[in-house]
Write a protein that binds this ligand. Structure first.
Ligand code: A2P
Length: 222
């Protein structure tokens, strides 16, 4: 018998359960609708390529949304990415594979490029988080492990999904340097929380009640 080589996925990650995925898409729409209607947002449309006080439909602006909502743990590109073989062979990864996890979402954010959810990884989830995930995209900065964890909810035209985690790290970098953003409004209902503005069209909603979504850790083969 021939010994088959194990195939590596496009990426490993936590995939939202169908029902929670539908809920998350609704929450994302609600966030963009309420954010777009904030007076403070309407006055700051320039970073979104619009004149101030013009109408901007954020649901249309973020034209693309991933087919399957997920939180990427390790991007492998079917093994082309250095270290993906080692990652897949880790005991913690094998053990986590096909297991259920609850993802904790503490904030939603929008920038001129992406809209996403900040995921607060729990200790058992951090076991499968790559040590170099943050350094990989921001080599000059230091972040707590797991800082890049997010769910891409949408991207503007011509923007790659990978940008969402980079945008999230940009918020965290500003927070680390003591710039917590300007409190410019509040959202209500399912997306209740404080909205802060961080310049350059960067908006962050700190949720009053953290969202919890069910997910399964697995590989996506495309
Ligand atoms: P994200 O995790 O921010 O959503 P693609 O379709 O471009 O191949 O991407 C598939 C998934 O892998 C997306 O979820 C994407 O971004 C993520 N991804 C793409 N490139 C990278 C990368 N270099 N590092 C980490 N994640 C990546």
């Amino acid at each position: 018998p021939t010994l088959e080589k194990e195939l590596l996925p496009l990426y490993f990650g936590w995939f939202l359960a169908k029902r929670d995925e539908d809920g998350m898409r609704k929450t994302s729409h609600e966030f963009l609708e309420q954010l777009g209607n904030l007076k403070a947002f309407k006055k700051r449309l320039l970073p979104y390529g619009c004149e101030d006080k013009q109408k901007l439909d954020l649901l249309k602006y973020f034209a693309k949304s991933p087919n399957i909502l997920h939180c990427t743990a390790k991007y492998c590109d079917y093994g082309k990415v250095l270290g993906s073989e080692e990652y897949a062979q880790q005991e913690a990864v094998k053990k986590a594979y096909s297991k259920g996890y609850t993802l904790h979402i503490s904030a939603l954010f929008a920038t001129p490029k992406t809209v996403g959810a900040q995921v607060e990884l729990q200790p058992d989830q951090l076991l499968v988080w790559p040590a170099d995930a943050e350094k990989e995209v921001m080599p000059k900065d230091t972040f707590p492990k797991g800082s890049r964890a997010h769910i891409t909810l949408g991207t503007a035209a011509d923007i790659q999904d990978v940008q969402t985690g980079i945008d999230l790290l940009e918020f965290i970098k500003l927070q680390q340097s003591g710039k917590d953003g300007e409190h410019l409004g509040d959202l209500t209902g399912a997306v209740a929380g404080k909205v802060s503005y961080y310049d350059n069209g960067m908006w962050l909603l700190n949720l009053s009640r953290k969202l919890e979504v069910k997910s399964i850790f697995s590989g996506y083969y495309g």
